[in-house]
Structures are given as C-alpha cells and as structure tokens.
Design a protein around this ligand. Structure first.
Ligand code: E4P
Length: 227
C-alpha cells in the first residue's frame, strides 16, 4: 500500500519524506491557497519544488472547468516534471479531459469521487488514479469506507489498472481500514500517519525498558564501584 501525504506545505512534505514511508503527494486548490501561494508562475514553481522533495507522484489539480482550458492547464502541469499527475474533477468535461490525457500518455487523478458510478466512469476514461473522498462522506453521515470497499470489488471484477487512491482520510482508523480492503494508496495529512505510531502499551513498555536498564546500571555501580 502506498502512502501519499495530502498537503502543499513544504516543511510537512520534507518531514514526511524524512520518515522514509512516503510514496507521493496530493494537493488541491484549497491546500495551495492555504500556503498563500499567489499567481500561476508561483504555483507551478511550488509544484516543481515538491517534485524535488519526494520520490513519487505529485498530484496537481486543474482549475478550469471546460475541456479546452483543462487540457491547456493539464499539459502545462504535466510539463513541470514526469512525476506530476494531473488532477481532474469528475464532470463531463473532466471525463473528456481524462480520456484525452490518457491517449497522450499524461497520467491523471480523477478527484471528488463520491460514488462507485463516478469511479467507474473515470476508470473507463483511462484515469491513472481515482480519489474517493471518505472523510467528506463520513461528514454527511455516510460510511466513506464502504465506497472504498465497493471500488475494490468493481475494479477487481474487471481488472482495471486504475489505482484506488483513498482520499480525505482523516484518522489512523481510516488508514488501517483502507489497508484491510486493499486500497492501492491512501492520502492523508502527516498527523494521521504519525498517529499510527501511537499505542499506550508501546509507551508503557519503553518507559519500563529504560527504567529497568537505569536501575540495573545504578545497582552495578553500587556493587562494583569504579576505582
Ligand atoms: C485528496 O486528494 C484531497 O486533497 C483531500 O484528501 C481532501 O481531504 P479533505 O476532505 O480532508 O479536505
């Protein structure tokens, strides 16, 4: 299972990369806006910088909603770096753009997927990844994880090559559930990945190891004082 970090923040991407567990980065226009990056040139440079920080795919989203402009933006994004994946929303124009990019050998991530039917269309159009948004379904009291389960079943039925990129993951539980179902990738904030580290017994166990060791050293010092 691949882990992508869902942020446009360079410090977080560096920290995630330093852990040796990150296979890529996803961004979206809201995450770019959060970093206060203004203007097309600055945004393109930012994506280039991200590509230099991680050895994996970097999703960069088009802003346009019509086919022609999506194609223009997508080609500009794809020209930044071979590991850029053009992120396209699941709309009629988006489907046309995904199909166009697929024929041109430009990889895509179809975003804002909330139903199996949307994912099926994106896969048929040749998307490299589909991004089902689990957390946002949970937000409206629907089981986001069930969407991941349905997509795994459908994609396996037809051996689609499109990868399931479970997105909008907000908790360590989401990540583990996705791994059990067999999502190809999960993307989430660094904090959710780091939360996987935590277990009270690990903390208690480590404290005991260290205190036992310290006590035995003190004992040894008393029994065999250094001369
Ligand atoms: C995925 O590509 C999206 O950027 C992201 O996962 C959305 O997450 P959110 O619903 O927490 O904003």
């Amino acid at each position: 299972m691949k882990f992508f970090v869902d942020t446009a923040n360079l410090d977080q991407i560096k920290e995630a990369a330093s852990l040796g567990i990150i296979d890529g980065v996803t961004t979206n226009p809201s995450l770019i806006a959060k970093e206060g990056i203004i203007g097309t040139e600055a945004i393109l440079r930012h994506y280039e910088t991200i590509c230099g920080l991680v050895d994996g795919d970097v999703s960069a989203e088009v802003i346009a909603t019509d086919f022609e402009t999506m194609v223009r933006e997508g080609e500009t994004l794809a020209a930044i770096h071979p590991r850029i994946v053009v992120k396209v929303p699941i709309t009629k124009e988006g489907l046309k753009a995904i199909s166009y990019f697929s024929k041109k050998g430009i990889r895509t991530n179809c975003t804002l997927i909330f139903s199996p039917g949307q994912a099926l269309l994106a896969a048929k159009a040749g998307a490299s990844y589909v991004s089902p948004f689990m957390g946002r379904l949970d937000d409206i009291s629907q089981e986001g994880i069930e969407l991941i389960r349905s997509l795994r079943e459908i994609f396996d039925n037809y051996a689609f090559e499109t990868e399931i990129l479970a997105a909008s993951a907000r908790s360590p539980l989401h990540i583990v559930q996705c791994a059990r179902i067999g999502a190809d990738v999960v993307t989430c904030p660094l904090s959710s990945l780091l939360a996987l580290l935590n277990h009270p017994l690990t903390q208690v166990g480590l404290e005991k190891f260290l205190s036992d060791y310290a006590r035995s050293q003190e004992q040894a010092e008393k029994t065999y004082p250094r001369v």
